[in-house]
Design a binder for this molecule. Structure first.
Ligand code: MG
Length: 413
């Protein structure tokens, strides 16, 4: 079997869901999804010559070939791997289809047949749509009327927009619990908690009190049996975020995510050692090498690789194995469509130390309609049942995908 074409399509969900399709001379087509990035489809097209004519079943060798081919550009990490992650997933899909088995079988089989999903609840509001440089954009699918909410640019100046309230957090927590989710994640870094200066990583006492009040409301609403994680998006300095974490200790969080920049191992380690809350990081780290130090030094307590970014399924398995040796659970970050979510689900089934997989698109009305051939909705009572069909186990609904395709991008052409 030989790869004959690499094609891409971008669907405008709450993020740019970027698909890569590998076509073969035997008629099989493999599908993968990449985490969004500026210029991503151009990178994918640049990589096409490296896989044309290759046997897609040589996954590890092709990964190495892509790695070597991009190393001269200095890409020892970074958005090249958003592209490679999608290609690698498409290779596993092809291998599974060619052998007639689901991807999780190729990864060594399963520890569980349904995958626990946690619901990202943002800042208590429902809708958010960001472009590839985290600017807020109006999405075509955003509801009109009072329920509509367009987020501010993710990293921007302090604005006087209405702040989230404890009631927002309470309502959102109860709504997601009612859908059956047993784990939720809320943002701590919402307007009101960025301090007077959005760039200096400093938190005022008032900002801390405000943020703690939001999390307290969510915890009070759902009780102790629903897990709650809290995300800081690498905004703060260690000293101030330790103050936050200590006040969060009574709420018995599942984890506190990205309290400080993930590339700062010393700062992470400082926070993790000082507080009685599990510190999690990983969504911005690449390859095994990106996780090696933070795991070996116990700078975190939970690792959160993103399957559409980290380098692929095999890389993620090596990270999970190393984390398991260090007795750490893995909770993959995920903002993808059902395609990337299922890729992650196969991985989650195959590792012993799985904790929960993220779902970030509860506000996108067509999320479930993007794929066919699986239960609808895909997430039922907070779990995804692992598909048994060959490969990834899902078919992209191209009619729906085309309806929300990003203008100016190719659509599998
Ligand atoms: Mg996060």
């Amino acid at each position: 079997m030989k790869i004959t074409r690499l094609k891409t399509a971008v669907v405008e969900g709450n993020f740019d869901w970027t698909f890569v399709r590998l076509e073969t001379d035997e008629g099989l087509r493999g599908l993968g999804e990449c985490f969004f990035a500026p210029g991503l489809t151009a990178i994918l097209k640049s990589l096409e010559p490296l896989v044309i004519g290759e046997d897609p079943r040589d996954i590890h060798r092709l990964f190495r070939k892509l790695r070597l081919g991009t190393s001269g550009a200095g890409s020892i990490a970074g958005i090249i791997y958003n592209a490679i992650s999608g290609i690698e997933a498409a290779l596993w899909d092809l291998l599974g289809q060619s052998l007639g088995v689901p991807i999780y079988r190729l990864l060594g089989g399963r520890f569980r047949d349904k995958i626990r999903i946690y619901a990202d609840c943002h800042g208590g509001e429902a809708l958010e749509c960001l472009d590839e440089v985290l600017r807020s954009r109006p999405a075509r699918w955003v509801l009109k009327g009072p329920a509509a909410h367009v987020a501010k640019d993710y990293f921007g100046e302090v604005s006087d927009e209405p702040r989230s309230s404890p009631d927002d957090y309470r309502r959102r927590a109860l709504a997601m619990k009612a859908q059956g989710f047993t784990a939720l994640k809320f943002d701590f870094d919402v307007p009101g908690t960025e301090g007077a200066d959005p760039y200096n990583r400093v938190l005022s006492n008032r900002a801390i009190d405000y943020g703690i009040g939001l999390i307290a409301a969510a915890r009070e609403a759902v009780g102790v049996d629903t897990d709650i994680a809290v995300d800081c998006h690498w905004r703060y300095n260690p000293c101030d975020v330790v103050k936050v974490a200590r006040q969060l200790e009574p709420f018995r969080l599942l984890w506190l995510e990205d309290p400080v920049p993930p590339e700062n191992v010393a700062a992470l380690k400082e926070v993790n050692a000082k507080v009685g809350v599990a510190i999690a990081t990983g969504e911005n780290l690449f390859l095994f090498e990106g996780f090696q130090e933070i795991i070996a030094q116990h700078a975190v307590s939970v690792v959160t690789p993103d399957l559409q970014k980290v380098g692929g399924l095999a890389v993620a398995q090596s990270i999970a194995q190393f984390a398991d040796v260090h007795s750490m659970p893995v909770a993959p970050h995920n903002i993808s469509s059902p395609v990337g979510t299922l890729t992650a689900a196969h991985f989650c089934a195959s590792i012993p130390n799985f904790l929960a997989l993220e779902f970030h698109a509860s506000a996108v009305p067509f999320w479930d309609d993007l794929v066919t051939g699986l239960p609808h909705p895909l997430i039922q009572r907070g779990f995804i049942r692992l598909p048994e069909q060959p490969g990834l186990g899902v078919t992209l609904n191209e009619e729906v995908a085309r309806r929300y395709a990003r203008k100016g991008e190719a659509f599998f052409e």
